[in-house]
Ligand binder design. Structure first.
Ligand SMILES: [Zn+2]
Length: 361
């Protein structure tokens, strides 16, 4: 089996490859069925494969498809971990937990968001308190979501966006759009108004599988930012925190930090890492996101706008719908052989660094 074979062309194929590889590796499997179906009526689930001793004090967790369609990347790497036998190299007292498809609905429907248009990586906030404000997003929201995708509305919106970028720069626009917002359910990077099915399922899974663990290392896979095929390591802990220092010790100076301003990612709130950290209050956590580049940032943002419009106002099963789906897939899945090999090489090195870090902790 070559690296390319680990990567799939659909959610259903990815799930099949993951389950086959997990069974082949002798993993203990747990499946959490999603209440909705995929576009072809296929079953959706968050699947968990556990390998290693039952009483392990240290666990390496890998997770895919926090952002639905980005799951093509993470799933391919998880299949690679299983097929290449990472579980046979575990240090004593260490287990592996591969969490497949945090957001299976988005993965199957080739969307970044969940079934309720929620960015799962902005959903882990405290909903009993007022949500964070994002006035910069409020300003650009009308341009991101034009009423029609072709014609004067769209042209006016594009012109307004270009004006904003010329005045304040592309990264300022990206930060306004992607920082997360909790006031526009029809918008982009919407964090939701309650915990989604995915959040509730992740919390139940982490609570059941990781409670009492001394140290958890989490690697969450993402795509869509940065140079094509390059995986940027994004630290979660604030600069200067014990977790951030540990992240640098384990993974080296390549680690970037949105808070420090040197990452391709804007500062975001309500992330999945906060979610795992929030559940595992008595557990030491060392979390990292790896963000692989695909296409230039302008194209990725454009694909997200188009997909948002499509699911609000358009028809997926139309010529324009299919065109938009092709665009969003290319924006979040590099797919060709070179990209998959580049992705795997970095993922493989990262998992080994994580195991070494855990062993020395
Ligand atoms: Zn992502």
């Amino acid at each position: 089996m070559s690296v390319n074979d680990w990567f799939a062309a659909s959610y259903a194929e990815a799930k099949g490859k993951f389950l086959d590889a997990a069974k082949g590796a002798g993993a203990e499997l747990t499946s959490h069925p999603h209440p909705l179906k995929g576009p072809a009526g296929e079953d959706l689930a968050l699947d968990v494969a556990r390998l290693g001793p039952a009483d392990a004090g240290r666990v390496l967790v890998t997770s895919s498809a926090t952002h639905g369609i980005e799951g093509f990347c993470g799933s391919g790497c998880q299949v690679g971990f299983l097929e290449s036998g990472l579980h046979r190299e575990l240090p004593a007292g260490t287990a592996l937990l591969h969490v497949h498809a945090h957001n299976p609905h988005g993965f199957a429907h080739q969307r970044r968001v969940t079934e309720d248009n929620v960015d799962l990586n902005r959903n882990f906030i405290d909903f009993s308190a007022p949500p964070p404000a994002n006035p910069d997003y409020d300003e650009v929201h009308p341009w991101l979501v034009p009423a029609s995708w072709e014609g004067p509305d769209r042209q006016a919106a594009d012109a307004a966006i270009l004006g904003y970028i010329e005045e304040r720069g592309l990264f300022a626009f990206q930060a306004a759009v992607s920082g997360g917002q909790w006031g526009h359910p029809d918008g982009l990077f919407f964090g939701g108004q309650a915990p989604t099915w995915s959040r509730r399922t992740i919390e139940a899974t982490a609570g059941a599988k990781l409670a009492g663990t001394g140290h958890v290392a989490l690697i969450d896979f993402h795509t869509g930012l940065g140079p094509r095929g390059h995986g940027e390591l994004i630290a979660v802990g604030a600069p200067g925190s014990a977790e951030h220092k540990r992240t640098l010790e384990w993974y080296g100076d390549a680690v970037k930090s949105p808070e420090a301003g040197d990452s391709v990612s804007a500062v975001v709130k309500g992330t999945i890492e906060e979610g795992y950290g929030g559940i595992l209050t008595d557990t030491e956590a060392t979390t990292i996101a790896i963000e692989y580049g695909t296409l230039p940032a302008e194209q990725v943002l454009q694909a997200l706008r188009a997909d948002n419009w499509l699911h609000l106002h358009g028809q997926v099963d139309s010529a324009l719908g299919r065109e938009i789906k092709t665009e969003i897939r290319a924006a979040f899945y590099g797919e060709d052989k070179t990209w998959c090999e580049d992705v795997w090489e970095q993922a493989n090195a990262l998992a080994r660094q994580a195991l070494r870090g855990l062993a020395e902790s």
